[in-house]
Write a protein that binds this ligand. Sequence first.
Ligand code: SAM
Length: 176
Amino acid sequence: MKIEILRIGQRLVRDDRVTTHVALVSRAFGASRILMYDANPEIKDTISKVNKIWGSNFEVEIIENWKDVIRKKKKESFKIIHLTMYGENINDIQDALRDEEKILIVVGAEKVPKEVYDMSDYNVAIGNQPHSEISALAILLDRVLVGNQFKISHPNAKREIVPSKKGKKVMDKTID
Ligand code: SAM
């Protein structure tokens, strides 16, 4: 499944840390790209450094206009999934989401414009209580990929963790 993330909202500058974490979750949980406003160039640098060390070709794309992005993705046959506490319960909709081939997941930074609800194919709630875009995104991706996102190894990694009961084991992949 091809997965991309669209982060929208006015509060992105104040929410730099949250935006960085949304990008990190997207990368680590199986998405291939995040599209967002030019919140803070450091976010792009942070992700690029993580890619270099831990692998993956995860991309950060800076956008001007979220409506144009949604329209373009629809033309490319992406289904639009908007994460909102007002949406349909994830427990009821997860089977349908798993059958999709390309999805664009929209997460907000604050109150989201009404048009997003109308333009989306699915408005999905991770429970109907307010919480966080980071947790909502992580749970959605886990429900859709059912844990398989943790089985893939990331290409071009310099370091890879060897899971262990105690301590930290890290393999240096630059040494033969
Ligand atoms: N009142 C806002 C709203 O209209 O959804 C909450 C904003 S919340 C701080 C930021 C983002 O987190 C939301 O735009 C949504 O994408 C996500 N989010 C928060 N709680 C959620 C939930 N229960 N289910 C799905 N997404 C949620």
